[in-house]
Design a protein around this ligand. Structure first.
Ligand SMILES: NC(=O)c1ccc[n+]([C@@H]2O[C@H](COP(=O)([O-])OP(=O)(O)OC[C@H]3O[C@@H](n4cnc5c(N)ncnc54)[C@H](O)[C@@H]3O)[C@@H](O)[C@H]2O)c1
Ligand SMILES: [Zn+2]
Length: 243
């Protein structure tokens, strides 16, 4: 991939980027956890119906994410950011915190963060690495509301501030935009629509995925099939250094 001193790079990552670290994708779990559909434990309805079940699901994911480490794909993206500075933005659908641990900073966790919780009523997120496997579940010290994972669940909206930052980056970049989607199946909106936004301003679009679907691939200029930890480290090596 040729980048020059004008290129603006927007990267969208999904669960595939963390697969080589050992974090299962939903498809890898067959969309099921302990016999429950993942949608049941990752939705406001699921939390209302059985908060302990939901907390057990996220507690296991917290334990799992704490045990794994960033892989070469995460590191390559952090290195690219270090070279491009303001001309780089990462929007990740992953909640595992591995991009931040690899050094990414110009990053939006658009689907939330596994190691944050928030009060269902007051909403202010706070860092929380605890696990909750049994009652009593945590309550807000201010208002008594239920504490929930700071995750964008099925049926919930993304933070509008995140979307605005991504849209502003795309608009400002125009034809200089290089959009790269990595390890994402393109089935979850609005993230899946970013490729179309990138094309509409005249940007180049790349997909890097181990098993890209025909439908999502058809919306990209270039598709690289393979593991992100193997492809990303070499992908930006031809690039010119920043000015
Ligand atoms: N790590 C995490 O934080 C995590 C894990 C599972 C699911 N989720 C959530 O699940 C939702 C599912 O959407 P999604 O598109 O991110 O995931 P997805 O599970 O729908 O798709 C994962 C994609 O990654 C690809 N893939 C698998 N291994 C790969 C590898 N080594 N290198 C490159 N690509 C690889 C697959 O072919 C697939 O296209 C998202 O909302 C996300 O927030 C997050
Ligand atoms: Zn509260």
């Amino acid at each position: 991939m040729k980048l020059d001193s004008q290129s603006r790079v927007l990267v969208l990552t999904g669960a595939g980027v963390s697969a080589e670290s050992g974090v299962p994708t939903f498809r890898g779990m067959n969309g099921l956890w302990e016999g429950h559909r993942v949608e049941e434990v990752a939705s406001p309805e699921g939390f209302a119906a059985d908060p302990l079940l939901v907390w057990r699901f996220y507690s296991l994911r917290r334990e799992g994410a704490a045990k794994v480490a960033p892989n070469a794909g995460h590191v390559a993206l952090a290195e690219l950011e270090a070279r491009l500075g303001e001309r780089f933005l990462l929007a990740t659908q992953n909640v595992d915190g591995l991009h931040a641990r690899a050094g990414s900073r110009r990053m939006l966790a658009i689907h939330g963060e596994l190691f944050q919780s928030r009060c269902e009523r007051c909403n202010v997120p706070f860092a929380d690495a605890q696990t909750y496997f049994a009652a009593p579940l945590p309550r807000c010290e201010t208002c008594g509301g239920a504490i929930r994972p700071h995750i964008v669940w099925f049926g919930e909206m993304l933070d509008p501030a995140h979307l605005q930052r991504v849209e502003a980056f795309i608009e400002e970049a125009g034809k200089r935009l290089v959009f790269i989607a990595v390890g994402t199946s393109g089935m979850v909106y609005p993230a899946a629509g970013l490729v179309d936004a990138a094309r509409s301003v005249g940007g180049q679009t790349w997909l890097v995925d181990a098993a890209p679907s025909a439908e999502y691939s058809a919306r990209f200029d270039r598709v690289l099939t393979g593991k992100s930890g193997e492809i990303l480290p070499g992908l930006f090596s031809e690039s010119a250094p920043s000015p």
